[in-house]
Design a protein around this ligand. Structure first.
Ligand SMILES: [Mg+2]
Length: 399
């Protein structure tokens, strides 16, 4: 049977619904100060691996989002999506984003299109917030907190370099750190791995939260379950709060085993996209902490559903949208809307986080970030700052 059932729209009163029709979607590739990722094929400063997305409307409101992908790919994806977006009501982010997912099933779902949709969805929520005068966290159902602890993400290096890497950020006020990638797990030398973690713990002291990220989504990750298990036991001795990407990202069976046996919580999921991809990881109990990236998973609409699903399975949610100021702002709003999410990732020393906004992010005396209570994402891009990192900022802001 292929009959279609037409459902009559509900009876409406005489007021027309609030609208802000989409008139333009713009992309600003970020380049020139791209931070290193610790990848074996390392990122160069001039590489574009992140892009900002602007959505302009006929209501005079504009919203901004961020996509974790090359600017060229983001631009190509937006060209594909534009016919589905122009004229749409920007004040209905979840419906409009789902329309994009549903109509691009055959066009590369889960990849570049999903990454670009993430930036679009964040921008739509920003517009809804500006139209209603409410921060996104409140639109998501309510704010459980007014601040979150940013953990400063830094790359690992030789043990004797770790204090120099960590201490400037400790002096800036961070009281939580994640160290990862670099030589860790890549030299077949467990004593080196331990020396790196020991040096980091000694540098920051015992009162600081410390997390470790093996970065096993790097190309040709060489280790398996036994390495991960032995390393997890070592990390316990240094008070490490979680062990992230300890196995190749598709090794779900081994993650199930690792979670059961590890004395430290097991975190992962940053490379998964779309809510459907998280279901088996939660159903099978593969993770203690799930880390979707709001700038590639499908945006705030998708991340919210993943985070709530994790709650039902007793799995913690911590966002991974660390790559730009807009990704961080989206993570802060999401953190406000979940009862047990008090952390956001904050890449240490990135111009795309620290130098894009009118007001820089500022840590309070305890190393926390205030979650903006202004409308939408609650932060403002500074066009003059953005001009340093993208070739045509005027086009980006033009409605
Ligand atoms: Mg990671």
């Amino acid at each position: 049977m292929h009959s279609r059932v037409d459902v009559a729209p509900p009876a409406q009163d005489n007021r027309s619904p609030a609208t802000a029709r989409i008139t333009a979607i713009r992309v600003a590739p970020l380049q020139g100060q791209s931070p290193q990722g610790g990848w074996s094929n390392e990122i160069a400063e001039e590489d574009s691996i992140h892009a900002l997305v602007a959505i302009h409307t006929d209501a005079g409101l504009s919203g901004y989002g961020s996509a974790f992908t090359s600017g060229k790919l983001a631009q190509a994806a937006v060209e594909v999506l534009k016919p589905l977006l122009i004229g749409e009501n920007a004040l209905e982010p979840e419906r409009v984003t789902e329309k994009l997912h549903q109509n691009t099933f055959w066009m590369g779902r889960g990849g570049t299109l999903t990454h670009a949709i993430s930036g679009i969805d964040i921008a739509l929520w920003d517009i809804l917030g500006k139209a209603t005068g409410l921060p996104i966290g409140q639109l998501l159902g309510g704010r459980y907190r007014d601040r979150a602890q940013p953990y400063c993400s830094l790359l690992m290096d030789e043990p004797e370099r770790m204090a120099d890497i960590l201490l400037p950020h400790h002096e800036r006020g961070f009281r939580a750190f994640k160290i990862g990638w670099g030589p860790f797990g890549r030299r077949d030398d467990p004593r080196l791995d331990e020396a790196i973690v020991r040096a980091a713990r000694e540098a920051v002291g015992d009162g600081v939260r410390l997390f470790v990220d093996a970065g096993a989504s790097d190309a040709y990750w060489p280790n398996g379950l036994k390495w991960a298990l032995n390393t997890a036991r070592m990390l316990k001795d240094y008070g490490v709060g979680w062990f992230e990407e300890a196995l190749k990202p598709d090794a779900i069976d081994d993650f199930v085993e690792l979670r059961k046996a590890s004395p430290v919580p097991i975190a992962g999921g940053e490379v998964l996209t779309r809510r459907q991809a998280y279901t088996p990881w939660l159903v099978r109990g593969a993770l203690d902490i799930v880390q979707p990236d709001v700038t590639k998973v499908g945006g705030i609409s998708e991340q919210r559903r993943i985070a709530w699903m994790a709650q039902e399975f007793g799995v913690r949610y911590v966002g991974h949208g660390w790559n730009t100021a807009l990704g961080l702002a989206a993570d802060l709003q999401l953190a406000s809307a979940f009862p047990d999410c008090d952390l956001v990732e904050y890449i240490g020393g990135s111009a795309y986080v620290d130098r894009l906004t009118r007001e820089p992010f500022a840590l309070d005396g305890e190393g926390y970030l205030a979650i903006p209570d202004r409308p939408g994402l609650g932060i403002e891009l500074e066009p003059e700052h953005l001009a340093r990192y993208t070739p045509d900022p005027a086009a980006f802001f033009a409605g």
